[in-house]
Design a protein around this ligand. Sequence first.
Ligand code: GDP
Ligand code: MG
Length: 440
Amino acid sequence: LGGSISRALQQMSNATIIDEKVLNECLNEITRALLQADVQFKLVRDMQTNIKKIVNLDDLAAGHNKRKIIQQAIFNELCKMLDPGKPSFTPKKGKTSVVMFVGLQGSGKTTTCTKYAYYHQKKGWKPALVCADTFRAGAFDQLKQNATKAKIPFYGSYMESDPVKIAVEGVERFKKENCDLIIVDTSGRHKQEAALFEEMRQVSEATKPDLVLFVMDSSIGQAAFDQAQAFKQSVAVGAVIVTKMDGHAKGGGALKLLLTKSPVIFIGTGEHMDEFEVFDVKPFVSRLLGMGDWSGFMDKIHEVVPMDQQPELLQKLSEGNFTLRIMYEQFQNILKMGPIGQVFSMLPGFSAELMPKGREKESQAKIKRYMTMMDSMTNEELDSSNPKLMNESRIMRIARGSGRHLREVMEMLEEYKRLAKIWSKMKGLKIPKKGEMSAL
Ligand code: GDP
Ligand code: MG
């Protein structure tokens, strides 16, 4: 879906004149994509009507950037449609909160519990994990392993078979230890579904959670949606976490899931502890539209680029002068930034081509190769933004100096040109401050 929507926008961008016909084609394409993703007809129709109302082509005087206005309208409407609302309760650091995780087996509860704990721990919270899954063999071991890796205190038992008893004991213990985020992991499946829902009701009644989080597997589509309704009837679900957004359901397929009545607060994007993101509708839609995730990108910059270098980088960005040296420095940052695929998918233009999902290792090797070649460049070459400078004799010298093929140096320069073109669009752009978002 993300693909077809961004393609539709791309086609519109390529059109020489933006008229009614071009706009309609673009909107129809988007409508089709949304309907295919099972988004309700009414929502889609309303969205289309709203966009047409906002983008009144006849009234737009010449000189207006119609593409930008259309893109912004589409962006705004999608954001409005996906706005997750507020969770029923938000834990506060330093105040004890009990958070209970529910969801079917395999949805990712145990994994997500740890991610959630780890996420808060990094922000200075004192989380703790309680394993109230006495149904599945190995459930406690799994939680214990995860918790140990993340150095988070945990509680559970190999012997006790009563989930309510363990849940209560665990919560009591961690309250005494002044933990501020007590997370209760529960079992997913029972021989009878009715028994599972009864168990959830009992655990919830005994531990009095401040927040019940429903964990939903995005890859199972409609079924997950129906489960959410079933769970809601036995416990008061306050918010949702959608997992496995990295899989084939990425973006589009999961779109409908984001339209649950309960707010989605986090998404899981992989099996690893740090593959977990606050769900924020703007960057999500931005990625969906292939516009790059500015706020995610900015967060990463704030996180990774040394404080004293940030203003300089942002300055360079807004000048739109993309030199090979800037590319080199960005490569360095990217290699430093860790789960590399994640970061790449946030950068406008850096994403798909240079860093295909699932081929991060290869791409990393490619970046290192590019950097080796750039090590053989002169300062003049690195700091120039004149593409004509790189003549044949320079290219040959670089190839020789780095022991790479001529073809590879040219490929690297092609990549540079591609990125430079994208970066040039940022010229004069007001760089969004932390938390703000600006569509390209
Ligand atoms: P539970 O039965 O609900 O506790 O589910 P688990 O936490 O045991 O997870 C089931 C499987 O899904 C495990 O193999 C996890 O590694 C995997 N998993 C969980 N979250 C994600 C995610 O966001 N992305 C991917 N790719 N796998 C996930
Ligand atoms: Mg589990």
